[in-house]
Design a protein around this ligand. Structure first.
Ligand code: AMP
Ligand code: GLY
Length: 422
């Protein structure tokens, strides 16, 4: 089959890599893609958020399946438009993608489906904001209701900072969601859904803060690993039973079935498992670690979901190996990422046994040299028998890459790898 991937990040490069390894995939296209994806797929230059242009491209390349990676095209209705021209599309409709597009909507669905989550207060005025902050107390959790590329959330003990973030969102015409603080480690579980059936992937953990020791600002994610040696047995089944399936059932009941990835961002709190957030797509960088371990050919899984046939799919096969992903970020990320710096050493990194490089914010300059073009520039993925080996491999690969002024975290999967060594 011919597959068209929409998006340009390392998540889409990971999807392209897995689809390229699937023998049933005969031709790969990507829009807009990036230099790494370009080694595996034919690249196209349409605007990924323009549904009509993407649908026309899908028809043009005779795609059998379109896979939409990021949230922006999903919320813009690109999957709807592709389906309207009769091509199976992996990714939710705009109506279903509201689970990510509005935190207030997601909370409303969770309440209706009895899904455990942090208690929210939706605020549209400074006085509602002040009341909600006083009600919950510190630590304060202040969120922008709409899409904010992972940067709309402030968690702080400082009331002035919490108020300032909320006021800024309101001043920009937005809505603020204040919620109960959730303690406990976070888990990302991606559930493949076809509107009715839920097929969970293996859980992963993401590192959202910019610097080692969870210091610095929230980012889109600086690294990830899978599996989670510390996760309680039965976690995946519990999340499907108490979170994903009730949500998918509730969306179907409302006439807006959810088809695509329901990303369950969870906190394992002292009071039990709680949803921190839903996303309507694969997570980045967790996907890079999770797909490195999936043995079932990816194309058939995504096509079965797009065609409402997940119940026919045999159980997914997983490698026993562990996978660790480390993100290389540009100078100044996440506040003000510098573009244009030269990147060298990616071939050497790819040559490390058990490692591969996935591109995100990279581009070719006028001379055909690779340069940074975004905040999260690329990542290395290491695969090994244990997390410690996978980590060592990912960091060895990264050591071959040079990008002036860049930074990365040195503690991705460190604690978890020590649990295994005990
Ligand atoms: P979100 O965009 O909703 O995923 O939030 C981004 C990050 O903020 C999460 O991954 C958590 O680390 C943190 N966060 C969000 N909501 C809460 C909460 N209720 N309690 C504690 N931390 C939170
Ligand atoms: N890694 C977090 C996200 O994809 O939203």
């Amino acid at each position: 089959m011919k597959v068209l991937i929409v998006g340009s990040g390392a998540r889409e490069h990971a999807l392209a890599r897995s689809l390229h390894l699937d023998p049933s995939v005969t031709e790969l296209h990507a829009v807009p893609g990036n230099p790494g994806i370009g080694a595996l797929a034919t690249l196209h230059s349409q605007d990924p958020n323009d549904g009509a242009a993407i649908a026309a491209l899908a028809v043009n390349v005779r795609a059998d399946l379109v896979v939409v990676g990021p949230e922006a095209p999903l919320v813009a209705g690109v999957a709807d438009t592709v389906r309207e021209v009769g091509i199976p599309c992996f990714g939710p409709t705009a109506a279903a993608a509201m689970l990510e597009g509005s935190k207030a909507f997601a909370k409303e669905v969770m309440a209706a489906a009895n899904v455990p989550t942090a208690e929210p207060r939706v605020c549209t005025t400074p006085s509602e904001l002040a009341t909600a902050l006083a009600e919950f107390g510190a630590p304060y959790v202040v969120k922008d209701d709409g899409l904010a590329a992972g940067k709309g959330v402030v968690v702080t003990d400082d009331l002035a900072q919490a108020t300032a973030h909320g006021d800024a969102i309101l001043a920009a015409g937005g809505t603020v969601v204040i919620e109960e603080y959730l303690d406990g480690p976070e888990v990302s579980l991606f559930c493949i859904c076809d509107g009715a059936t839920v097929v969970p992937l293996q859980p992963a953990q993401d590192f959202k803060r910019a610097f080692d020791g969870d210091e610095g600002l929230n980012t889109g994610g600086m690294g990830a690993y899978s599996p989670l040696p510390w996760a309680p047995p039965g976690l995946v089944e519990e999340v499907v039973r108490t979170v994903a399936q009730p949500t998918v059932d509730e969306m179907a009941r409302r006439g807006t079935p959810f088809q695509g990835v329901l990303y369950c961002g969870l906190a394992l709190t002292s009071k039990g498992t709680r949803v921190v957030e839903f996303n309507a797509r694969f997570g980045d960088p967790e996907t890079q670690s999770v797909l490195a371990r999936l043995e079932t050919p990816l194309g058939e899984v995504l096509l079965a979901a797009a065609q409402g046939r997940l119940h026919e799919l045999p159980a997914l096969q997983w490698s026993d190996d562990a996978a660790v992903t480390v993100v290389l970020a540009a100078h100044g990320y996440p506040e003000d990422a510098r573009k244009g710096d030269p990147i060298t050493g990616t071939d050497e990194a790819d040559g490390v046994d058990g490692a591969h490089v996935l591109h995100a914010g990279t581009a070719f300059d006028g001379d055909g040299s690779l340069v940074a073009s975004g905040g999260r520039v690329l990542c290395t993925v290491g695969v090994g028998a244990h997390l410690a080996d996978a980590r060592a491999t990912a960091y060895e690969a990264l050591s071959h890459i040079s990008l002036p002024g860049s930074h990365h975290r040195s503690d991705i999967a460190l604690k978890a790898s020590e649990i295994v060594a005990d």
